[in-house]
Design a protein around this ligand. Structure first.
Ligand code: SF4
Length: 700
């Protein structure tokens, strides 16, 4: 493969081909560099960039099919206007000018009453800094729209990490290959962090012990030496019991603790309240397994934790991340480059969000303006809320308009019965920027065709490694598709926003994202640039916390009236809390989809099959359920029907409803989010998808 962005060689049919350097845009820690082979303006294939060490020439199955998705026959190729009842999915073609003129007129009329009645809704449909929150953020800041708290994935763990280590920081992923003990905590790495798994495999070949902590025996768990199948929402208790054992057996690095941590005595007292037997009972795992985990953690160097976001999707997710993040400092694991912890590396990137998003534009509309913030997890309730009377304090205006981009909330937001009810409101004006007619697009008043990653320019950070990646457009936009940035530029012009920043093109935005902190010429030449960071970032302390130390005790949390120490925070719906709904349900993503993206790619759906509910053989037998039988899964929030898959992968008492299938592909036009709740985590205001009790029965 070439090292430069475009080269020419000779294809079998003798027409010249180009190789264009790009980056995977999807919500995955691996952030692969890819190379698109283009012939005669058509993308022939997308392959991993062999020159990028993290990618190492390998993409996952999903993104290897990127051309199938790009040229999918159901791709939306022109603007569409609703022609049937709300939610009917019936649309008619309309010109860009007609669509944009009408959208701008509708938004302007609402904004004249109160711009906070307009809500942007977006997340990680693309992780690109430019096609996500650059021109879009400028547009909504200038408009004075409600702010969106973008919490649907990672904020509980992120906040837990920030309160303990100072940010989304940690060890470099490649050094896991040198670890002697790897604890994979809350992650099915084979499905969702493939390139980390390659390092874990290398470590295993070198004699490392691999331990997986997950309520379900995932593909990853069964390839590890040890699997600890704890109950969902008990991770903090497990971590505290490990601390108890570290203390009891003096498997501690007292020197590191004294020099580089805050709150040791208080944490010690807290941990001593968690003897192994107590945690074993709560977590539902053998006491010996907890003891062995502690012994391994306390006596092996280098030892590392690959923490992932699965464990923080419960009420106590923030505290759980805090408790786990204390473990490396207790044993001095950070002193080795192959020791410590990695949840996310995204806090290490020097992104210039102020320049990209221009929060100062708020004042251009109205000096001192500070819009309200709505949490994306609670979109179901918020769309159904009445406004508070004008001029009175309170929640503010009813949501009158939604502009959705890079997200599919009707499929992915919790408590989706309410979400759908909200999207069906006849008085809600909804614009959706999309590639396909998703569940959310079905509910739009306008669908605007957006470009895919092969058709636009973007720049990326990663939350799994420490390289910046540049994505160059490989082909012209398909049909009439436009980049998100262009759509918001066009709308800004129609709204009369005259600030020069609305004329910035995508290359200008890409260059602004990191300014002179990243060598843009190197990005143009190679497609990636590695941040200059130390190999063992906290070997000598220097955590980016207020104290500069690992904060076992967080004064910031205490000042906010919260517990300054990590603790076990019980689930909203803990084990044994309901005789009517005795089963715990988790809903990790399907392996061959990425959130709700790729669900409509036939070759991937053929692999994935259909939405199923995994249920343990004991629980299935007790209910007369066999594999392939259609079952009802229900709780007070709703009901969902799908086929059962009887297995021993979930622990007894646990079912696994695979998340993010499109609702319209479900048996009754629903998916598993019919059952999940809109409650929030202890820290970070995140969702509690895995804090959910249900009952399962054969469908009549
Ligand atoms: S989804 Fe992840 S593993 Fe697949 S190509 Fe993208 S970054 Fe790589």
């Amino acid at each position: 493969m070439p090292a430069t962005d475009t080269t020419a060689d000779t294809a079998a049919d003798s027409r010249p081909t180009q190789h264009v350097l790009g980056a995977c845009p999807h919500d995955c820690p691996d952030t692969c560099a890819f190379v698109t082979t283009v012939q005669n303006g058509v993308a022939l294939k997308v392959q991993g960039n062999p020159d990028h060490p993290h990618t190492d020439g390998v993409l996952c199955t999903k993104v290897s099919r990127y051309t199938e998705r790009t040229y999918h026959p159901e791709r939306i190729l022109q603007p569409l206007k609703r022609s049937g009842p709300k939610g009917s999915g019936r649309f008619e073609p309309v010109s860009w000018d007609a669509a944009l003129d009408d959208i701008a007129a509708r938004l302007r009329a609402i904004a004249q009453r109160d711009p906070q009645a307009i809500l942007p809704y977006s997340y990680a449909g693309t992780m690109g800094l430019v096609q996500s929150e650059s021109m879009a953020a400028r547009f909504f800041n200038r408009l004075g729209a409600s702010w969106l708290d973008r919490t649907i994935c990672a904020t509980a763990g992120g906040e837990g990490l920030t309160q303990t280590l100072g940010g989304k920081v940690g060890m470099k992923v490649q050094f896991f290959a040198e670890s002697q003990l790897i604890v994979i905590w809350g992650s099915n790495s084979i499905a969702s962090n493939l390139h980390f798994w390659r390092h874990a495999q290398a470590a295993k070949r070198n004699g490392a012990r691999l331990v997986c902590i997950d309520p379900r025996r995932s593909e990853t768990a069964e390839k590890c030496h040890e699997h600890i199948a704890l109950r969902p929402g008990t991770d903090a208790a497990l971590a505290l019991a490990v601390m108890h054992e570290l203390i009891a057996h003096n498997w501690l690095d007292h020197d590191y603790i004294a020099r580089h941590t805050v709150g040791w005595e208080a944490l010690r007292e807290r941990a001593l309240q968690w003897p192994v037997a107590r945690a074993a009972d709560l977590c539902g795992v053998p006491a010996q397994q907890i003891h062995e985990l502690a012994r391994a953690w306390g006596t092996t160097q280098p030892a590392a934790i690959r923490l992932n976001y699965g464990m923080q999707r419960v009420r106590g997710g923030g505290n759980a991340a805090r408790a786990i993040a204390c473990l490396p400092a207790l044993t001095g694991a950070w002193q080795h480059r192959a020791g410590g912890l990695l949840l996310s590396s995204s806090g290490q990137f020097p992104v210039d969000k102020t320049t990209l998003q221009r929060p100062d534009l708020l004042a251009a509309g109205l000096p001192g303006r500070q819009p309200r913030t709505l949490n994306m997890v609670q979109i179901g309730d918020d769309l159904l809320r009445e406004g508070s009377p004008p001029g009175t304090p309170g929640w503010g205006p009813k949501v009158e308009a939604l502009v959705v981009y890079n997200s599919n909330p009707v499929a992915v937001a919790p408590d989706s019965g309410k979400v759908v009810q909200g999207f069906l409101r006849e008085d809600l004006f909804t614009v959706v920027l999309e590639h396909f007619q998703t569940d959310t697009a079905d509910h739009a008043d306008y669908i605007l065709p957006a470009t895919t990653q092969l058709e636009h320019q973007d720049i990326h950070l990663s939350y799994g490694h420490t390289d910046v990646l540049l994505n160059r457009p490989a082909i012209a936009p398909v049909g009439q598709a436009r980049p998100n940035t262009q759509i918001f530029r066009d709308l800004a012009a129609r709204m009369g926003f005259t600030e020069p920043c609305f004329a910035d093109d995508d290359d200008t935005l890409c260059r602004a994202a990191f300014g002179d902190r990243v060598d843009y010429d190197q990005l143009l030449r190679h497609g990636f640039a590695t941040l200059d960071l130390p190999d063992a970032p906290f070997a000598q302390g220097g955590f980016p916390t207020p104290s500069g130390k690992c904060e076992f005790f967080s004064q910031r949390l205490a000042d906010a009236g919260l517990d300054g120490l990590p603790d076990h925070v019980p689930n909203y719906e803990p084990a044994g809390s309901s005789a009517d709904y005795p089963l715990a349900m988790i809903s990790p993503p399907a392996r061959n989809f990425l959130n709700s993206t790729f669900v409509n790619v036939k070759s991937l759906r053929d692999i994935e099959g259909e939405p199923v509910l995994e249920i343990h053989a004991d629980d299935a037998a007790a209910r007369g359920i066999t594999s392939g039988m259609v079952v009802r899964v229900f709780n007070p929030r709703g009901e969902y029907r799908c086929k059962a898959e009887v297995s021993t992968r979930p622990r007894p008492g646990l079912v696994n409803g695979l998340r993010n299938w499109w609702r319209k592909l479900g048996l009754d036009g629903t998916n598993v989010n019919q059952l999940t709740s809109q409650q929030l985590t202890d820290l970070g205001r995140g969702p509690v998808f895995y804090d959910c009790r249900v009952q399962v029965a054969p469908s009549a």
